[in-house]
Design a protein around this ligand. Structure first.
Ligand code: ZN
Length: 395
């Protein structure tokens, strides 16, 4: 089956697309950015039906709902079910807010200082758990999770704050319309750990870059970043098969050599690979035989491999390597750290020898750490990974 047909078949299944999520043509905003002051932002912390233990540092939680409020003892179990939410021994069917009375509230591994809102999903299938706060406060919880304050120099933390602010603003301007939130509180958008327990180094980095965003010819863009590029970043245009993303080309990076994922290898037994490939073929009509060889196809300049050709006893077809990577992780517990790899046969299956960790696009975080240790400032770091951008103060 041709690549187009495999992709079309995968798209037809609905839950998988070729891309991480649909990107309408460009990663650059269509109009010039016109700031109107620091915005408030809604972060989706969880959704669907779920159960969480909510704790409070002062042992008390305040609950607010339409026209009334109450104080209850913490910790308390919150169970979000179809059409109803249980908080301790009480229940609600409509919007409800919870916060710590005077201290910090812990939900899962996140710490919050303000209100967290639970709202019913459309059709009452479950609930959305959302925190709404100012953008600068949100960034405290992002930079804390995205970089370690104890090992990343100030310039790297500042570069991270500016890149994360730009990413969030782009999402608000270009992607968030029509939703009850702007970003997700995990790596599908940006990692976020809540606004309590933020190290002083992160508070300083966010304050010192307050209001600063990256602009490409006056426009916001989707300023990707990732853990470790392995020596060269991946061009956004190559990765997403689109034109017109001059802000994130493939650039050399010698700042991330200290990362333990600068080079990596993972042996995948033949059976585990066959299971993952069979899962990807479900519903496509492909009859999978015994896998003979796996060949990287159309490798980008950076080394990232968009497709793998699977030669098997009944024929040959290509699969999307991002999907295969995700499937191996979820089904076989094999961690291909990136799609920047070469693959060879091994005694038990296939040996993937790779570079870097993450999608490889935009700023390399460990690279930023390396350059900052050598004395680079935040502006140098950002202009290295996003050539041609300007940094503008917006509030
Ligand atoms: Zn790097």
């Amino acid at each position: 089956m041709s690549r187009v047909l495999v992709v079309a078949a995968i798209l037809a299944l609905g839950s998988w697309g070729l891309l991480k999520d649909p990107r309408a043509g460009s990663l650059v905003a269509s109009t010039a950015f016109q700031p109107t002051g620091e915005p408030r932002i809604g972060i989706l912390l969880d959704e669907g039906q779920f159960r969480r233990t909510v704790q409070s540092s002062d042992g008390r939680l305040q609950i607010r709902w339409a026209g009334d409020s109450a104080t209850i003892a913490a910790p308390v179990e919150v169970i979000a079910a179809a059409g109803v939410i249980h908080i301790g021994n009480r229940r609600w069917t409509d919007q409800v807010w919870i916060r710590s009375r005077t201290g910090e509230m812990q939900i899962g591994d996140r710490y919050h200082e303000g209100w967290v809102e639970w709202i019913p999903e459309p059709e009452a299938t479950g609930w959305q758990m959302i925190e709404r706060l100012s953008l600068e406060r949100y960034l405290l919880g992002v930079v804390t999770r995205e970089m370690s304050a104890s090992s990343f120099p100030a310039a790297a933390l500042q570069a991270q704050a500016i890149a994360a602010r730009t990413y969030a603003m782009f999402q608000m301007e270009a992607r968030g319309r029509g939703r009850s939130y702007d970003l997700r509180g995990d790596t599908r958008s940006q990692a976020y750990g809540g606004t309590a327990r933020v190290p002083k180094e992160v508070i300083d980095a966010v304050e010192q870059t307050r209001g600063q965003v990256l602009l490409w010819q006056g426009k916001l863009f989707e300023s990707f970043f990732h853990s470790t590029c392995g020596g060269q970043t991946c061009s956004a245009a190559e990765s997403y098969f689109i034109r017109g993303v001059p802000t994130m080309p493939s650039v050399r990076c010698d700042g991330c050599q200290s990362s333990r994922f600068f080079r990596w290898s993972e042996e995948v037994p033949r059976k585990h690979l066959a299971d993952a490939v069979a899962y990807l073929c479900k519903g496509t009509g492909i009859q999978l035989g015994k896998i003979d060889t796996v060949v990287a196809v159309d490798a980008a300049e950076s080394g990232h491999v968009p497709y793998l050709r699977i030669d098997h006893s009944l024929g040959s077809f290509e699969v999307d390597s991002k999907r295969l990577r995700a499937t191996l992780r979820s089904r076989g517990r094999h961690k291909l750290r990136s799609t920047n790899f070469v693959v060879q046969p091994s005694s038990s299956g296939f040996l993937f020898s790779g570079r870097g960790w993450g999608h490889g696009i935009g700023m390399c975080q460990v690279g930023a750490q390396g350059y900052a240790r050598r004395g680079a400032n935040d502006v140098w770091i950002l202009q290295h990974y996003y050539p041609g951008v300007e940094i503008r103060s917006c509030w």
